[in-house]
Ligand binder design. Structure first.
Ligand SMILES: Cc1cc2nc3c(=O)[nH]c(=O)nc-3n(C[C@H](O)[C@H](O)[C@H](O)COP(=O)(O)OP(=O)(O)OC[C@H]3O[C@@H](n4cnc5c(N)ncnc54)[C@H](O)[C@@H]3O)c2cc1C
Length: 400
């Protein structure tokens, strides 16, 4: 056997598991993009509740998280406002330069003896009785007793070929631009703008994420082609009146990134010798574009399960791996308020209602003392119970 574990896909899910598993297993990480040349730039919102899943060495790294996420500028059909984290007595999260996070996870993975193959697409997976063979686009093959699919939502061919369900998805688009810090400071007094306007973005809000020296903006469409998504984003950036003051002096390049956002979890995330992680498994809250939580948490759950199995020379049969499905359901789906049986339902209505309810409370004018997560004030517990910003503590305690 070449490797204890082979991971296909080095997004946040695959890179996190590679980092954790390489502490105890001989691990190969395969990625079709040329990461030695460049890991694609992405600026994400990293919610505070992701904290239990990352080590302090990353959490405290200012190059990964160059800005705290403290203020959310929001707009909906009826309400406009600014939500300030002070109202909750804790930050909302951090702004993540996620490509740097992924790079640092991979650097540590290599330091721990992990092997990478970048710019190499896996074309085929062949299952044998007690091992799996992974074949790349050059016809080379590797073998393992445990294959991890962390392939995201851009291509489900391998997942399909292994008999897994494929989550339905929306298509999203974003673009990045670079600007002087002074210009960003002048234009933005928040780190995240979240505009829920059904005419613009029916399935999720239009957004700005303000990183360090750069900004990303985009929206969630439906099934449009990349060209249609891009044309509409350009129209929004040019014509949407609400955002024009923030656009002053910003120049948008024409490098648009489109990608799917999974709408629902798949019903079975393990088979003999195979586990599916993150976006590929559909553990995403599409409406909020929240996929980092699902990626980090599913990697964490898998890393904990695999270690004792490996030590006991497991054959990684489905009956041994099924604990992963159960833990994802118990911890993650529960927490993200997603039920497998509701998976075909569009998440929009439920979250739209939560957001409308939130806006109608006019949070930002409430006195601070009425609205701390520590208090059980009516409005705060309503917010809290809706899992809009769940606390790290509640998630951490479920995991320990
Ligand atoms: C517009 C937009 C905005 C978003 N904003 C946020 C946000 O602010 N916060 C947040 O939490 N989430 C956000 N998300 C969601 C989040 O980015 C994703 O859910 C998350 O990155 C998925 O991670 P992943 O590792 O599961 O998959 P991916 O990041 O898609 O990684 C999968 C990797 O597998 C590789 N791969 C696939 N097939 C093969 C193959 N056959 N061989 C080799 N390699 C292969 C791919 O090249 C890719 O690098 C956003 C998504 C979009 C589209």
């Amino acid at each position: 056997m070449n490797y204890d574990i082979i991971i296909i896909g080095a997004g946040i899910s695959g890179a996190s598991l590679a980092y954790k598993a390489s502490k105890y297993a001989k691990t190969l990480l395969i990625e079709s993009q040329d990461y030695d040349r460049e890991i694609p730039v992405r600026i994400n919102i990293f919610a505070e509740h992701n904290k239990p899943f990352i080590d302090d060495v990353f959490w405290n790294d200012d190059s990964i998280f160059p800005r705290p996420f403290l203020q959310l500028n929001y707009k909906s059909d009826k309400y406009d406002g600014l939500l300030n984290s002070k109202e909750f007595g804790k930050p909302l999260g951090k702004i993540s330069h996620t490509e740097i996070f992924i790079k640092k996870l991979i650097d540590k993975f290599k330091d721990q003896g992990g092997i990478t193959q970048f710019n190499e697409k896996v074309a085929k997976v062949v299952k044998h009785i007690d091992y799996v063979e992974v074949i790349n686009n050059k016809g080379e093959s590797y073998t393992t007793k445990l294959l991890i699919l962390a392939t995201g939502s851009r291509g489900f061919d391998l997942q399909k070929s292994l008999g897994f369900e494929i989550p339905d998805s929306f298509m999203g688009i974003y673009t990045n631009t670079y600007a002087d810090e002074s210009l960003l400071d002048e234009n933005f007094n928040f780190q995240y703008m979240f505009h829920l306007n059904p005419n613009i973005s029916p399935n999720g809000p239009f957004f700005f994420n303000v990183g360090k020296g750069r900004v990303s903006t985009g929206y969630l469409g439906n099934k449009e082609s990349p060209d249609q998504l891009r044309e509409k984003l350009e129209r929004i950036l040019r014509n949407y009146k609400k955002i024009q003051p923030f656009m002053n002096g910003l120049k948008w390049d024409r490098n648009f990134i489109t990608g799917g956002i999974s709408k629902h979890p798949i019903s079975t995330m393990t088979k003999d010798h195979v586990i599916v992680l993150g976006e590929a498994a559909g553990v995403v809250t599409a409406f909020f574009y929240e996929g980092l939580l699902g990626g980090l948490a599913s990697a964490n759950i898998a890393a904990k399960l695999i270690k004792p199995l490996l030590e006991n020379n497991s054959n990684f049969s489905r009956s041994e791996l099924i604990t992963y499905d159960h833990e994802i359901a118990r911890i993650l789906l529960n927490f993200m308020n997603i039920k497998k049986k509701d998976k075909k339902n569009n998440t929009k209505n439920k979250f739209y209602k939560i957001f409308e309810a939130y806006c109608s409370t006019k949070y930002s004018i409430l006195p601070e003392s009425n609205c701390s997560l520590a208090s059980s004030g009516h409005i705060c517990s309503k917010w809290h119970n809706n899992s809009f910003i769940p606390s790290s503590a509640s998630l951490g305690s479920m995991l320990s």
